[in-house]
Design a protein around this ligand. Structure first.
Ligand SMILES: [Zn+2]
Length: 85
């Protein structure tokens, strides 16, 4: 596995990724997409894990197994968010 930013192969062990906002707060970073219907919630997937590049410091987040399975099942229905704001 290589760093997507600098190409280094020196990545840390897999760590747990949390928001770090408060002690005991276990909310993970979340990847969210636009709603797929008016009454449907936004599809979102928690990134529970990460590796850090030991050379440039880039953080590479990963979805947990259940979030990855859910994303695979729903991937064809997802669309890009509006990135103009
Ligand atoms: Zn790097």
């Amino acid at each position: 596995m290589r760093c997507a930013v600098c190409g280094s192969e020196r990545l840390s062990a897999l760590g747990e990724l949390t928001s770090g906002n408060r002690i005991g707060d276990q909310r993970f970073l979340r990847l969210a997409f636009p709603r797929t219907g008016i009454f449907r919630p936004r599809p979102s997937y928690d990134a529970c894990f990460a590796r850090a590049c030991l050379d440039c410091g880039a953080l590479i987040p990963f979805l947990g197994a259940s979030a990855r399975q859910q994303l695979n099942a729903e991937a064809d229905s997802l669309s890009d968010v509006d990135s103009s704001y």
